[in-house]
Design a protein around this ligand. Structure first.
Ligand code: PLP
Length: 499
């Protein structure tokens, strides 16, 4: 493909993509293909002769579209959104054009420097304490996902803990102490934490303990619950070194009690003393709301914590992947992840004047992801981002009000919280078992019919439906439609008329 053919092909592809977005609400939101559908539609191997773009493009509609679940559809109210926008797509296009696995500053200085600038912009926009800025001892780095961010900080926390608590030893004694400690070290999460913390503990080869997050505390953890678990660990000779707290849990969008957690830690594992517990704030989805001043009080305790992460690729108009990790002390990451083989040596890295982001992440190579964030921030502006978030918060309130008009049919369990409402269906007779069964049946039938797409969860042992109204194209009319579908399906199932 030469540049003339590229221009024609790209124009045609962009035309198709724009039309896809213009008509997306008319498509069935959840794919209904059978597993293995695509293999039957494709040849056994690649073509011997190259094909014209027009033939390749045709297969998007006929072969790929049927197997897509349309996350950008306003009828998508499942999981958390994964919003994409045209400015962020343009960022991806340029990033692909400039492709470079820019692991060191010299590999493409603009890739590193734009990332540093844009992440400092974001840190200020989210009201993170000064210590998270590159101009202080911290800084931000773009990772592929929140899970990757958690693995990265668990590894950094593990190495920091081991380094600081064994610094008085050397030789065989040091090796023995590290081996012993490694077998006793515990990463903590909560019952409401995303599963990525448990997975990170598994990858880092440390134990994992979960702190109860019961209904009474709104499915969150606080200092008292943490204290209990710290005491238990101590009694068992275990060494907690890391804790994930959450701003916007996956099931219900609850927010942990950061202030009381900080206060407990100041007693049990005082900050800046060897053996302190690394606290990470996982704000993968709801962190986006920090663009609005009315949510910024939530960052008040973060100066006592060690890292914070939010996904631009969930709620903040930037396509997958762009997970922003901010660290209070970049040295902690670099000490754990820096290795300098001879083939990566260069005068700039050795000068100490540049950032080499390969030392802030697990992989070596990295994409030019800050471009798309830069395009989004400039296209929408701070005001545009605030309006976007506030619109969704209002839509969440609208949906919750609709549910409340039918107390005979729906019971809200939590929310609306950051545009997420969690509820179940009320049975005519019977107890919890009947309610769980009815809610599950309604949920499954709604998704099978595919007009809207929602997800379920089990919270406090109760089966529940989650509806999120934070899709880029979300509007009242789509939430009204979702509510109408839920009402008619719940009535149908409850009356035994579902087929
Ligand atoms: N943390 C929270 C609170 C989440 O809700 C999710 C996913 O929804 C994740 C982490 C994992 O995100 P990722 O897919 O970026 O790893």
């Amino acid at each position: 493909m030469d540049s003339k053919q590229f221009k024609e092909a790209a124009a045609s592809a962009i035309d198709e993509i724009a039309n896809y977005y213009d008509t997306i609400e008319d498509r069935r939101v959840v794919s209904d293909v059978e597993p293995g559908y695509l293999k039957k539609l494709l040849p056994n191997g690649p073509p011997q002769e190259g094909e014209p773009w027009a033939d390749i493009q045709k297969d998007i509609e006929s072969k790929i579209m049927p197997g897509l679940t349309h996350w950008q559809s306003p009828n998508f109210m499942a999981f958390f959104p994964s919003n994409s926008t045209f400015p962020s797509m343009l960022g991806e296009l340029y990033s692909a054009a400039f492709t470079a696995p820019a692991f060191n500053w010299i590999c493409s200085p603009a890739v590193t420097e734009l990332e540093t600038v844009v992440l400092d912009w974001l840190a200020k926009l989210f009201n993170l304490p000064e210590c998270y800025l590159s101009t202080s001892h911290g800084g931000g780095v773009i990772q592929g996902s929140a899970s990757e961010a958690v693995v990265t900080v668990v590894v950094a926390a593990r190495d920091k803990y081991l380094r600081e608590t064994t610094s008085h030893l050397s030789g065989l004694e040091l090796e023995d102490a590290i081996a012993h400690k490694r077998s006793r070290m515990v990463a903590l999460g909560s019952e409401s934490s995303h599963s990525s913390t448990q997975k990170a503990a598994q990858i880092a080869g440390v134990r994992y303990r979960s702190i109860p997050a019961p209904k009474e505390t709104g499915y969150t953890i606080n200092g008292a619950a943490l204290e209990e678990v710290l005491k238990e660990c101590k009694a068992q000779g275990l060494e907690p070194f890391y804790l994930t707290t959450t701003l916007g849990t996956t099931s219900t969008c609850s927010v942990d009690d950061f202030a009381s957690i900080a206060s407990t830690l100041s007693k049990y594992a005082p900050p800046n003393v060897p053996g302190e517990i690394w606290v990470h704030v996982d704000a993968a989805y709801a962190g986006a709301a920090l663009v609005c001043p009315e949510y910024q009080h939530l960052t008040a305790s973060f100066e006592h914590f060690h890292s914070f992460n939010m996904n631009m690729h969930k709620w903040l108009l930037t396509n997958f992947d762009a997970s922003c990790l901010f660290i209070r002390k970049r040295k902690d990451l670099i000490d754990a992840l820096s290795i300098m083989p001879s083939y990566l040596r260069n005068e700039f890295s050795e000068s100490g004047l540049v950032t080499d982001y390969r030392d802030w992440q697990i992989p070596l190579g990295r994409r030019f992801r800050s471009l798309k964030i830069w395009f989004v921030l400039r296209t929408y502006g701070v005001k545009g981002l605030q309006e976007f978030v506030r619109k969704h918060i209002k839509l969440g309130e609208f949906f919750a009000r609709l549910l409340k008009t039918r107390p005979d049919l729906f019971e809200i369990i939590t929310g609306p919280s950051f545009a997420l409402t969690v509820f179940n269906v009320v049975p005519r007779t019977g107890g919890k078992a009947e309610q769980d069964k009815l809610t599950q049946d309604v949920y499954e039938l709604v998704n099978k019919r595919g007009e809207i797409y929602i997800t379920s969860t089990v919270i406090g042992g109760v089966y529940a439906i989650r509806v999120v109204s934070a899709n880029e194209r979300a509007e009242e009319k789509f939430l009204q439609k979702a509510f109408n579908i839920l009402v008619s399906t719940a009535e149908e199932v409850r009356n035994g008329q579902a087929s």
